[in-house]
Design a protein around this ligand. Sequence first.
Ligand SMILES: C[S@@+](CC[C@H](N)C(=O)[O-])C[C@H]1O[C@@H](n2cnc3c(N)ncnc32)[C@H](O)[C@@H]1O
Length: 284
Amino acid sequence: MKRNEDLIKGWIESAPFWEKYHAALNAMFVPVTQSLIHDGIAGVAGQLAGQAILDVATGPGEPALTLAGLVGPKGSVVGVDPVPAMVEAARREAARRQLANVRFEVAFADRLPFPDDTFDAVLSRFGVMFFPAPLEGIREMLRVLRSGGGIAAAVWGSADRNPFHYIFSRAIDRYIKSPPPEPGAPDAFRFAEPGELLAIFKVAGAVDTSDRILQFQIQTSIAVEDFWTMRCEISEKFREKLTMLTKEQATEVRREVITAARTYSANDQLRFPAEIRVVSGRKL
Ligand SMILES: C[S@@+](CC[C@H](N)C(=O)[O-])C[C@H]1O[C@@H](n2cnc3c(N)ncnc32)[C@H](O)[C@@H]1O
């Protein structure tokens, strides 16, 4: 198995782009954040105000920054990510918004620098599928959660139901075939199948668990050409593959993706149907 440190090299290179597109990405994934809040906090505690919340794999700060606005002055939020540049980006955004109830730390999910029973809720948006050892990560998230607190993770659903991804991967794979990821290797769609992440939650000791699909629309007002640029920049996989294409192939891939993206465009909005999985539970 690759080490934690080796696996985050791609995220280190991606960090400046995730910071650059932070606002656009956040707007696109509001329904995901809302589902995490519902399943991991509101459905367990009944209210958000005053809660102490941990966001694991926060990247440039989501959903931690959104939560900071919701828990109020008596609540607190901590976001962790193993990539220092992601954490610095999150800190810059918190400072820009003058948020006093949120802080960010550098940490891997399976080595959280907090005592047992610290948080009322622990969430992760699009992070768990990239942990090299998800069971250790979920165990650690439960360890720092207080008894009765909620835990929730959002992961991508089926690749075939997410054109946000497949209009790119299908166009590029025509030229550069990727072997399927090794079973259990970190990958965006590693927990797309029903029950897989749920089983890990149960083995880790979560109770009252649930595994549900959320269908929503990824909506953005950016132009299709800018959407192409953003997707190429934020994805390590696409960045790497594009450098392997000839100039003609890269031009053709861009043309195909932009043509496909236009079919999801109306009234100056791009709207991609999307499917994610929200897995949640509670600490006994
Ligand atoms: C797809 S990004 C999600 C960022 C943010 N939560 C969001 O939804 O915009 C995945 C994040 O997982 C982080 N990550 C990768 N491996 C990790 C690990 N072992 N423990 C914690 N976070 C990890 C990466 O650094 C990256 O910031």
